[in-house]
Design a protein around this ligand. Structure first.
Ligand SMILES: Cc1ncc(COP(=O)(O)O)c(C=O)c1O
Length: 399
C-alpha cells in the first residue's frame, strides 16, 4: 500500500487564529470554575438592539426568505450600505459596487482574492489584525510587514511605506481605527498615504469595521474621502459586528470598483452564495434604523477606555499610547520583559501572557499574534467592574 497523498501544503501553513485560541482557553478555565477575567475577545458585550432582533423575527415569517437570493446580497441591504458608505466614508457608490459577505472576515478574504496575483507583495502595517497575513497568503501574495511602535502611536508613515515598496508591491492594507492598537490616523496622515498609493498605482484594502467607534471627537476619515481619486483602486471593508453588537449574525460587506467587485461576487457565488437572508434583513434594519443605541455603546466603551488606559499606565514598565478608536488598548510591555517575576524569567510577551493567565487568571493576547513581541492586546469590551478588577490584578502582579 502506498502512503496517503499529502494534505494541502497551503492550508497546513495557516495558523489557527491566536485571538480565538486565547479566548477559548480563557472560556475553558472559566468553565472549570476559575475566576478568569478575559480581555481577549474582539466582540462587544452588549446585546443586539431589540428592534433589530424584532425585524429578524418578523423576517422569519416570510417564506421568500427561505429561498436562495442573489449571491451579492439583498438589494435593500446593498442600498442601505450605499447610504452608509456615503454618510461615513464620503463615497457615492451604486449597489452593483457592493457584495454582502458572511461577516467582515469573508470580505477580507475575498478582497485579497480579487486583487492579488501570485508573488505580489502586500504592504501590511504592523501591528496588524491576525487574519490579514493568512488571507494574503491564501491569495498567493507575500505579506510585507511595516512596523510602527508605540513611539509613533503604531501608525506607519509614507517614508516607511516607500522604503518597503518594490516593483512587486501591488496592495496596501490600511486600517483605521486599528485592531489591535486602537490607533486612528489623522485626516492629514490618511491623505498623505492615499496620495502615495495613488501615485504608485497601488490597491488599497481599507478595513473600516471600527469607523463608528471613535472617541474624544475623533473622526476616522476614510482614505477615499481624503483622496477621492483613489476610489478606482480601493476596496472598502466593513460590517455590522462591532458597531451594532452583531458579531454572531455574520454580516459584512465589501465596496469597490465594479470590475473588482464582480470578481469577488463570482468567487462568492461558488464559495458560500448569499448570506443568510434573516441576518441580511437584520443588518438592513440596523443600518437604517435609529442609531441611539450605537451611541450608548460608544459612550460605554469610551468610559472603559479611559479607565483601562489610566490604570495600565500606573504599572511601571508599561507604556500605553491613548487609543482613539475601536475597543482595544495595546500597551508596550517591553519594560516588563527580560526580568524575573515570581521566580519565573519572562523574555517575550507570549511568555508574559501565559504568566499573567497562570498567576492572575487574566487573559490577554500577546503581541506575537499581531507582529513583534513586546506588546499585549486588551479588549475593553467587558463590564466596568470586571474591567477594573482585571487591571488591579495586573497592578498587584507587577508591583
Ligand atoms: C479589523 C477587523 N476586521 C474585520 C473583522 C471581522 O469581523 P466579522 O467577521 O465578525 O464581521 C474583525 C473582527 O475581529 C476585525 O477586528
Amino acid at each position: 500500500m502506498t502512503d496517503r497523498a499529502p494534505l494541502s501544503r497551503k492550508l497546513s501553513a495557516i495558523a489557527e487564529s491566536a485571538t480565538l485560541k486565547v479566548d477559548a482557553k480563557a472560556k475553558a478555565l472559566k468553565a472549570e470554575g476559575k475566576p478568569v477575567i478575559s480581555y481577549a475577545a474582539g466582540e462587544p458585550d452588549f446585546s443586539t438592539p431589540q428592534f433589530v432582533v424584532d425585524a429578524a423575527a418578523e423576517a422569519l415569517r416570510n417564506p421568500a426568505n427561505f429561498r436562495y437570493t442573489p449571491a451579492a446580497g439583498l438589494l435593500p441591504l446593498r442600498e442601505a450600505i450605499a447610504a452608509k458608505t456615503l454618510r461615513d466614508s464620503g463615497l457615492e457608490v451604486s449597489p452593483s459596487q457592493i457584495v454582502v459577505t458572511n461577516g467582515g472576515k469573508q470580505a477580507v478574504y475575498q478582497a485579497f482574492q480579487a486583487v492579488v496575483n501570485p508573488g505580489d507583495e502586500v504592504l501590511l502595517p504592523a501591528p496588524y489584525w491576525t487574519t490579514y497575513p493568512e488571507a494574503i497568503r491564501l491569495a498567493d501574495g507575500v505579506p510585507v510587514e511595516v512596523f510602527a511602535g508605540a513611539d509613533q502611536e503604531y501608525k506607519v508613515t509614507v517614508e516607511q511605506l516607500e522604503a518597503a515598496r518594490t516593483e512587486r508591491t501591488t496592495v496596501l492594507v490600511f486600517v483605521s481605527p486599528s485592531n489591535p492598537t486602537g490607533s486612528v490616523y489623522t485626516a492629514e496622515e490618511t491623505a498623505a498615504i492615499g496620495q502615495w498609493a495613488l501615485e504608485h498605482g497601488i490597491w488599497v484594502i481599507t478595513d473600516e469595521i471600527y469607523q463608528n467607534l471613535v472617541y474624544e471627537g475623533t473622526r476616522a476619515v476614510s482614505i477615499v474621502e481624503a483622496v477621492p481619486e483613489l476610489a478606482g483602486q480601493t476596496l472598502l471593508l466593513n460590517g455590522v459586528a462591532k458597531t451594532y453588537a452583531m458579531t454572531g449574525w455574520r454580516v459584512g460587506w465589501m465596496v469597490g470598483p465594479s470590475d473588482a467587485i464582480k470578481l469577488a461576487a463570482n468567487l462568492q457565488s461558488h464559495l458560500t452564495s448569499n448570506v443568510n437572508n434573516i441576518a441580511q434583513i437584520a443588518a438592513t434594519t440596523a443600518l437604517s434604523g435609529p442609531q441611539d443605541e450605537v451611541e450608548e455603546f460608544r459612550t460605554a466603551f469610551d468610559r472603559r477606555r479611559r479607565l483601562i488606559v489610566s490604570e495600565l499606565a500606573k504599572i511601571e514598565g508599561v507604556t500605553v499610547p491613548n487609543p482613539l478608536g475601536a475597543f482595544y488598548a495595546y500597551p508596550d510591555v517591553q519594560g516588563l520583559l527580560g526580568r524575573e517575576w515570581k521566580g519565573r524569567r519572562i523574555e517575550t510577551s507570549l511568555e508574559l501572557a501565559d504568566f499573567i493567565l497562570d498567576e492572575a487568571e487574566v487573559a490577554v493576547v500577546p503581541g506575537e499574534a499581531f507582529g513583534p513581541s513586546g506588546y499585549l492586546r486588551l479588549s475593553y469590551a467587558l463590564g466596568d467592574d470586571q474591567l477594573l478588577e482585571g487591571v488591579q490584578r495586573l497592578q498587584e502582579l507587577f508591583a
